[in-house]
Design a protein around this ligand. Structure first.
Ligand SMILES: [Zn+2]
Length: 148
C-alpha cells in the first residue's frame, strides 16, 4: 500500500530530528561518562576552563541535587535551552534567526567568560570544580625543571 503524503512528511521530519540529535547527544553522553580529567586546559595547564564542572552539574541534577548542580556550574541550565534552539532551527524561523545571529553567540560566550572569571576569583584554586590540577603536564614539567 502506498504511503500517504503526510506520513512521508512525518517520516522525513522524524529522520531529520534523529540526525540532528545524534551529534549533540553523543557529545553530551561522552561528557556525562567522563569527568574533569578530560578537560584539555585542566589536563595540560592545570586551570579549569569556562565549561569545567558542567558534567558534574548534570550528574548532580540527575541525583536531583539542584543546589549542587548550581555550585558545580551556574550555567548548566543554558545547555538544554541552546540544544533546543539548535534542534528547532530547521522547523522554526525564530530559532534559525537566533542560531545565525553572531551577537547571540557573542553574548553566550561573554556570559560564560564572565561567570568563569567570577568562579576563578572566588573558587580557584581550592574548591571543586575550580581546583588546580597538581598533575597537569606543564605544572609537572616546571616543577621538575626548577628542582634540578
Ligand atoms: Zn574544562
Amino acid at each position: 500500500m502506498a504511503k500517504q503524503k503526510g506520513e512521508v512528511t512525518i517520516q522525513i521530519v522524524t529522520s531529520q530530528i534523529v540526525r540532528d540529535a545524534i551529534l549533540p547527544i553523543s557529545i553530551l553522553s561522552l561528557a556525562l561518562l567522563t569527568d574533569g580529567p578530560w578537560c584539555p586546559l585542566r589536563h595540560f595547564v592545570g586551570i579549569p576552563c569556562p565549561t569545567c564542572g558542567m558534567t558534574r552539574a548534570y550528574r548532580a541534577l540527575f541525583r536531583r541535587d539542584v543546589s549542587e548542580a548550581f555550585s558545580m556550574h551556574p550555567l548548566f541550565w543554558l545547555v538544554p535551552i541552546l540544544l533546543s534552539i539548535f534542534l528547532l532551527r530547521r522547523y522554526n524561523h525564530a530559532a534559525k534567526k537566533i542560531i545565525e545571529n553572531g551577537f547571540f553567540w557573542g553574548g553566550i560566550i561573554t556570559i560564560f567568560v564572565i561567570v568563569w572569571c567570577l568562579r576563578m576569583a572566588f573558587l580557584f584554586p581550592n574548591k571543586a570544580p575550580m581546583d588546580f590540577n597538581n598533575n597537569a603536564v606543564v605544572y609537572k614539567l616546571l616543577n621538575n625543571a626548577s628542582s634540578k
